[in-house]
Design a protein. Structure first.
Length: 276
């Protein structure tokens, strides 16, 4: 999801990282479609945005054998009280193998302020040395990014595994690339107590998710080597044991955006793959 500077990078990278949830060792990922309604958090003052609304449509398919494909479509409009409203759209598609070793993505974003931007790249892991990013759009180039870097599904796998083990903190470098193919975030995830309470679950999802364990998760995203500074943004959401993300909130310091689950549809799972 994007709303350029600073909302674009945060919504684009943050939600994709959160939504691209793959199963931990004993967890089966649920293929599904889900829609979220975006609004400005009216419970806190903001001097930067006067209003904001939008929608996200997200779909994940695949399995632990063929990998996972995600499709995200987002539209939003924001106003500052000065000038015309800013409208934005983004379509992002990504695939990651279940072991987190390969990742490819493409995205097209357009806004009334910045025009159209396209990003496309293939990413491979180089053992323990980092990742190689072969960018084909907007211009061909190869990036070598060093460090112990997790790609989106692998990051959520690690958070889910930690939650199941009763751990409450996960620190990791995370690569998404959709907003900037050279960008890596330092992240810190804080995991709350497990619950099966479904009293706040969206009606559309109750038939499928009722009774499932879920965890309140808060992930802070820091610019590289800036952990002593305030995070670029903080994303809080409910994470279910089958990889579904419930309601979410993204806090940018000066303002916050709420994403409420509006629609949900479970898709038919693969029948030919036994997760390893």
């Amino acid at each position: 999801m994007t709303i350029r500077a600073p909302l674009a990078a945060a919504l684009g990278a943050g939600l994709v990282c959160a939504l691209a949830a793959a199963p931990a060792a004993a967890t089966v990922l649920l293929p599904h479609k889900v829609g979220y309604r975006l609004t400005l958090d009216g419970s806190r003052p903001t001097g930067q945005l006067e209003g904001m609304s939008g929608d996200i449509a997200y779909e994940i398919t695949g399995d632990a054998c063929s990998g996972y494909t995600t499709l995200t479509r987002q539209e939003s409009e924001s106003t500052t009280g000065e000038g015309a409203a800013l409208s934005q759209q983004i379509v992002s598609k990504a695939w990651e193998d279940a072991k987190g070793g390969s990742y490819r993505f493409s995205s097209t974003s357009s806004s009334s302020a910045d025009g159209v931007t396209e990003v496309e790249a293939n990413v491979t892991r180089n053992g323990g040395e980092g990742i190689t990013v072969a960018v084909s759009r907007p211009a061909e180039k190869t990036l070598e990014l060093k460090g112990d870097i997790l790609m989106p599904t692998a990051h959520v796998v690690k958070v889910l595994a930690a939650a199941a083990a009763g751990e409450n903190v996960v620190a990791a470098k995370v690569y998404d690339g959709v907003g900037d193919p050279a960008k890596i975030y330092d992240t810190l995830a804080v995991i709350g107590r497990a619950s099966t309470d479904d009293s706040r679950l969206a009606p559309a999802a109750k038939a499928v998710l009722a009774g499932h364990t879920h965890y309140p998760v808060t992930i802070s995203y820091f610019e590289p080597d800036a952990k002593d500074s305030a995070p670029a943004y903080v994303m809080a959401f409910s994470l279910y044991d089958n990889g579904v993300v419930g309601d979410l909130k993204i806090d940018y310091g000066r303002f916050a955006v709420i994403g409420a689950m509006a629609t949900f549809e479970a898709l038919k799972p693969a029948e030919t793959c036994a997760p390893k």
